[in-house]
Design a protein around this ligand. Structure first.
Ligand code: DGY
Length: 321
């Protein structure tokens, strides 16, 4: 019997895939860095039994209609807003994501971005590199404190809790807003549940970590930025679409809020002339939340294990429900 075929939308090293040779054949887009062109994806998916895709691929009804044999779509990300779940369900295609394995790594990046933004680390490094450091002075590149400040986390899921744990380690007060109350966060991390408005008003650092849904899309709009402190620092490593970028840009450029650290944008990638990159109070990263070698390796394995499970008629480890 021929083994099922999996199409992978980026190049993944054959070393990582070797152990699944028994279970499925692989075809992949021959580039690690550039996404598969739409026409190639549509052509390749027509032959595939499984699709292993990236958060940057739009997997919509057109792709699924082409993929007549598709049984599983494994997304190399915890977020799955790039996949049309309704169509997948209608066509009996199992969708999987990669939660848990990336929780701590994404929390590390979120906290690193918070620290880099507050203490102006990127700017300070550029200052030295560009030979601007002539003399020491008392307020040279003075930033904002992190310790004992208040962090407001919107979306207290696994990554939210992991960020809260790091914040507690810095002696921060933790506020959170979530669809439901979280006992672990409240009891173990002394996080205080507050309304969205109260969180905006009281927090020194505002960190959205909720998944992108109809409810969270553009949750951070002009009204939200108006309620924040002038010293507030906004850190986004979730999805660009939870923010109205016009409102964020206006808040940053008019100094309505102090600064932002952004790992995600509504349209990615961004270029060096992007309006956020050109601001002096914003740190921009290229969506690297879960990007450590160990975690990305574990994510690849989790995608493959999920694909194998579906081909064997079993429930995958991490289905999107
Ligand atoms: C995810 O997995 O959804 C993250 O955004 C990756 O960094």
């Amino acid at each position: 019997m021929t083994k099922p075929l999996v199409y992978i939308t980026r190049t993944i090293s054959s070393e990582l895939l070797r152990q699944y040779e028994e279970n499925f054949r692989v075809k992949m887009w021959e580039s690690e860095d550039t996404p598969v062109p739409r026409d190639v994806l549509l052509k390749e998916v027509a032959e595939a039994d499984g699709l292993f895709c990236m958060l940057s691929d739009t997997i919509d009804a057109e792709v699924m209609e082409q993929g007549k044999n598709l049984k599983v779509i494994a997304n190399l990300a915890v977020g799955y807003n790039n996949i049309d779940l309704l169509t997948a369900q209608e066509q009996n295609i199992v969708v999987t994501n990669t939660p848990d394995v990336l929780t701590e790594t994404t929390a590390d990046l979120t906290f690193a971005l918070l620290m880099a933004t507050a203490r102006r680390i990127v700017e300070a490094s550029d200052y030295v590199r560009e030979d601007q450091w002539e003399d020491w002075s008392p307020f040279l590149l003075a930033g904002a404190d992190i310790h004992h400040q208040t962090i407001g986390i919107v979306g207290m899921g696994r990554i939210g809790e992991a960020v809260a744990r790091r914040a507690r380690g810095f002696g921060m007060n933790v506020l959170y807003h979530n669809r439901s109350r979280k006992e672990v966060a409240e009891n173990e991390l002394q996080a205080e549940y507050v309304s969205f408005d109260e969180l905006l008003k009281r927090s020194d650092f505002i960190v959205p970590l909720a998944p992108l849904t109809d409810e969270t899309e553009e949750m951070f709009d002009a009204k939200a930025f108006d309620k924040m402190k002038e010293s507030a620092i906004f850190i986004n490593a979730s999805r660009g679409q939870v923010v109205n970028e016009d409102a964020l840009h206006e808040a940053l450029s008019t100094k309505k809020i102090a600064a932002a650290g952004l790992d995600v944008f509504t349209v990615e990638p961004i270029r060096s002339d992007n309006r956020f990159v050109t601001l002096d109070n914003t740190v921009c990263l290229p969506h690297i939340g879960s990007s450590s070698v160990k975690t990305r390796t574990e994510m690849v394995h989790l995608c493959c294990e999920n694909i194998v499970a579906v081909f064997q008629g079993e429930t995958p480890k991490t289905p999107v429900t």
